[in-house]
Design a protein around this ligand. Structure first.
Ligand code: HEC
Length: 226
C-alpha cells in the first residue's frame, strides 16, 4: 500500500531524478552537507525541504569547550528535544571565521556519519532516535568526537541544526532548531626555556659561592685553654 510518507519520498526522488542529479543517493542515508546555518552553509538550513511552524523544543551542543586545547579530543552530544515530535536528525560543524572546517569530526556509532566537512544523522540514527525518544525525555541524542587541530586555529564556532520530526512522511510537520557557540584557544601553559634554565643555574651557583665565602670568613680559630 502506498502511504503518504512513501508518496512524498517517491515524489521527491522523482523530482530529483528529473533534475538529473545524483543527490537522491545522499538523501537515502542522510541530508546534503552545508545546511546547518553556518558560515560554510552560507546561512542555509534544512528548510529548503523540511518545514513547519516554530516549536517549543531546542537543539543543544553538549561537551563543546569554551576554550579548546590544541590536539585535544572532545566527546560531543547533539540533543534535539521537542515535546510535540517523535524523532530527529541533525547536522553539525566546527568552523573558523571564514567557514573553513576545523579539526576532525568522527562518528562513534552507526547513528552519525561524516559528510563533507559536516557530521549528521544516518537513516539508522533517525530510527534509533524514534526508538529512544520517550526514554530520553522526548529527545534524541547523537554522539561523536571532535579532535581539535594540532595548531592554534584561533576563534572557532560550533554550529548545529536539529530537525525534530513527526514521522508522518510529509516535510511540513517538521520543526527546525538552530544554535551556535564560539570557542577560543586555551592559553598555553608556560614552559621554562633553555636560557631560563641556564640563568637559573648561574644565579644558584653565584648565591652558593657568596654563602660559602661568607661562612669561611666567619670562622674563628678555636682557642685551647692554657
Ligand atoms: C533537498 C531536500 C532535503 C533537504 C535540504 C534535507 N532533507 Fe531531510 N529528507 C529529505 C528526503 C527526500 C527525506 C525522505 C527520505 C529518507 O527518509 O531518506 C528526508 C528525510 C529526513 C529525515 C527522516 C525523517 C523523515 O521524514 O523521513 C530527517 C530526520 C531529515 N531528513 C533531516 C534533515 C536535516 C537535519 C536536514 C538539514 C541538515 C535535511 N533533512 C535536509 C530531503 C531533504
Amino acid at each position: 500500500m502506498l502511504t503518504a510518507r512513501k508518496l512524498t519520498v517517491l515524489a521527491c526522488y522523482a523530482g530529483i531524478s528529473m533534475m538529473g542529479s545524483s543527490l537522491a543517493l545522499a538523501f537515502s542515508s542522510g541530508p546534503p552537507s552545508g545546511l546547518n546555518g553556518s558560515t560554510a552553509s552560507g546561512g542555509s538550513d534544512c528548510s529548503g525541504c523540511h518545514s513547519g511552524s516554530p516549536g517549543p523544543g531546542s537543539v543543544e551542543i553538549i561537551g563543546a569547550p569554551a576554550s579548546y586545547q590544541a590536539g585535544a579530543l572532545y566527546n560531543l552530544t547533539i540533543r534535539v528535544a521537542d515535546p510535540g515530535q517523535v524523532g530527529a536528525g541533525y547536522q553539525f560543524s566546527v568552523e573558523d571565521a571564514l567557514g573553513a572546517a576545523i579539526g576532525t569530526l568522527s562518528p562513534t556509532d552507526a547513528n552519525s556519519q561524516f559528510n563533507n566537512g559536516f557530521i549528521n544523522h544516518t537513516s539508522a540514527g533517525v530510527s534509533t532516535s524514534i526508538t529512544d525518544w520517550a526514554s530520553l525525555g522526548n529527545a534524541a541524542e547523537f554522539q561523536f568526537t571532535w579532535q581539535a587541530p594540532a595548531a592554534d586555529a584561533g576563534a572557532l564556532t560550533f554550529w548545529a541544526i536539529g530537525n525534530a520530526i513527526d514521522n508522518s512522511g510529509s516535510f511540513s510537520g517538521d520543526t527546525l532548531y538552530l544554535t551556535n557557540q564560539t570557542a577560543s584557544i586555551a592559553a598555553d601553559i608556560p614552559t621554562v626555556s633553555e636560557w631560563g634554565l641556564i640563568i637559573m643555574l648561574i644565579s644558584l651557583m653565584t648565591a652558593g659561592t657568596i654563602i660559602m665565602v661568607r661562612q669561611r670568613s666567619n670562622l674563628v680559630p678555636v682557642r685551647t685553654r692554657g
